[in-house]
Unconditional design. Sequence first.
Length: 563
Amino acid sequence: MSTNEPNTELRRHFIRDIIEADIATGTFGGKVVTRFPPEPNGFLHIGHAKAFCLSYGLAEDYHGVYNLRFDDTNPVKEDPRFVEAIKKDIKWLGFDWEDREYYASDYFEQMYGYAVELIKKDKAFVDSQTLDEIRKNRGTIKSPGTNSPYRTRSIQENLDLFARMRAGEFEDGALVLRAKIDMASPNMLMRDPIMYRIRHARHHRTGDSWCIYPMYDYAHCLEDSIEGITHSLCSLEFEAHRPLYDWYLEQLNIHHSKQIEFARLNITHTVLSKRKVETLVSAGVVEGWDDPRLLTLSGLRRRGYTPQSIRNFIDRIGVAKSLSTVDFALLEHTVREDLNKRSNRVMAVLNPVKVIIDNYPADQTEEMQAINNPENPEAGTRLVPFSRELFIERDDFMEEPPKKFYRLAPGREVRLRYAYFITCTHVVKDASGTITEIHCTYDPATKGGNAPDGRKVKATMHWVSAAHAYDAEVRLYDKLLTVESTDEVAEGKTFMDYINPNSLEIRSHCKLEPSLAKAAAGDRFQFERLGYFSVDPVYSTPGRPVFNRTATLRDEWAKLRKK
């Protein structure tokens, strides 16, 4: 059996069909070489994860290789900290590019040589028009463009000017190198596109060695060719760029990678555009690129998502050619599935009110046995302290409960998880009428949460012993936008007008099981009845963990969508 023979259990999609057809016909010698080419001008988001999961996964499935290549052709926007953040994110998701880490800047000299070759073939020329003039003369979709008056420069003059551009004789914007294709092409990208621009800016890897930098469309296909990429996967917006990709490679008669486009990932109630994320960061709407409200990989990691949950989500949404938008609820559903299996259950009270059990001994403390994770028997049990004074959720009590409210109320009996049945006798209020204490009695015969006489109660509530509680800060994150898509923005407004004011709620005095005081950054838990939470790596300090809500226990926005 050939080492490239496909696994019939692999999830089918059109890119697999293309690769398998190429393997069958011997295209590229039966090899599969893919790449992920991020520009180091920001952090990766979940849409990028879809791209590199796809490229890496296909290389792995067909016994090929996978390159990581930084498209560092714009020194003004790029920063080494983005390079390191990107590598950290990819490794966190479980991918290893081994020693195949490349940079567009590795090929600057070779790209320059290819440009010289195109000039010699009379396929490129130096243009002295301003950028505004170039845009004006480009034409429209309905009308052809106008040839530059400098398009007929001699090959020798173009070679001389291009060499002087490289030598730094001209100011930014004075000259550009353009491909000589067709100003009447129906594809606007083929109307003599710019190949090189002058930019006197220090590059984070090459320093001041260069003052001319290649444009993306020119550089990208050459990088693929130089590295021997067989299948160059990119998002659907680059479909119109493919004729230009092919043109450069055909004119130079070099290794011709095959560009294949797929639909990018769009998710409701958020932004994935680097430009928009940068706007949020610059305006201080979010704390940085790793803010847990963002779907950057660093933000999701900080929020408590696991690498496996993200990979499961990407596998679940699949690969398609047509554009679509995925509901944020599916992402949360996927992370819940993953965390449900791996997260130990604990008890935490986020909006506390005190319960006093009047007939429980004031000086007594018991340890109740609690199950760590019913989904994982190997997780075992733990002991939770119980005492006369407890905290419960304020929402778990109502003085005048409506129909179908089954939790604690005057005269009503409920079960305390792992502990006893309690019955409310009366409440204490402050001068403003706010309840400060709920007084109850307990039935000693119901220890462990079961009544020996078989009587039933309709509610089981979580609690924390007041004397033993860890007083913690908990940060509740929610969807970033109040609208599903930035396409819904009204005239005269921007996406910034639709930031969810409740996307972050900080609760400073939550009451948690005492064991949680020892939790470390990255630890994940299910707070019973409340959701999944993890220890924030930024705000936590040794012995003082701060908790982020990763996801609620259910899609709480479902009701809003139905209204």
